[in-house]
Write a protein that binds this ligand. Structure first.
Ligand code: FE
Length: 201
């Protein structure tokens, strides 16, 4: 393989759309630096290592998440999940859904506040490491669920709308063992405009 072909088959680290300190005070600069530059970057590096010279090299990351298993799935999904999470947050978020997404939230959960409670409880209730997801099925119905480790709704044909990282590395620097406080703080940084755009796609 030439250097150029090798380069094009590599998965890239997505840069943050905001500064490392832009989500303070809810998420510290130190957490963002560790989370993005160490944890997320390591998943991408490992994904590149594991996919090298396999049919997965050069595939869209979503396709790798849907079809790989074992360590390759774990690192591909962690790479995808983190990029998705970081894109869900904003220094100046739209703090509540509107339009079609709001209508779906009210239809499926009763209210936005009920969705918030449900997601926080689900994130806090997950035993061990993993993610709390909001996704939609093929009929547009919303669902909230926890998935262990690198779990991703793409694997079940669902459309991911939002994820909350409940691995300890996501909050231990700022919140120590207080996962509920970390999730409630993160909630304030979720940009519902971005989530709504995903719902409308
Ligand atoms: Fe993480």
């Amino acid at each position: 393989m030439t250097n150029d072909a090798m380069k094009s088959s590599r998965f890239e680290i997505e840069e943050l759309l905001y500064g490392y300190d832009a989500l303070m005070p809810q998420i510290s600069e130190e957490t963002m630096r560790y989370h993005h530059d160490r944890h997320y970057a390591t998943y991408v590096a490992k994904l590149n290592e594991l996919s090298l010279d396999t049919p997965f090299a050069g595939q869209p990351l979503e396709d790798v998440v849907r079809s790989a298993d074992g360590p390759l799935f774990n690192n591909a999904a962690q790479a995808w999940n983190h990029a998705f999470l970081f894109r869900s947050l904003s220094p100046a978020p739209q703090t509540a859904p509107d339009g079609a997404l709001l209508a779906a939230v009210e239809r499926d959960f009763g209210s936005f506040e009920a969705l918030r409670t449900r997601m926080i409880d689900t994130a806090v209730g997950l035993f061990g490491s993993g993610w709390c997801w909001l996704s939609k099925d093929s009929s547009g119905r919303l669902r909230v669920e926890a998935r262990a480790n690198a779990g991703n709704p793409l694997c079940d044909g669902l459309v991911p709308l939002l994820c909350i990282d409940v691995w300890e590395h996501a909050y231990y620097i700022d919140y120590r063992n207080r996962r509920a406080d970390a999730v409630k703080a993160l909630w304030e940084r979720i940009d519902w405009r971005t989530v709504g755009e995903r719902y409308g796609r």
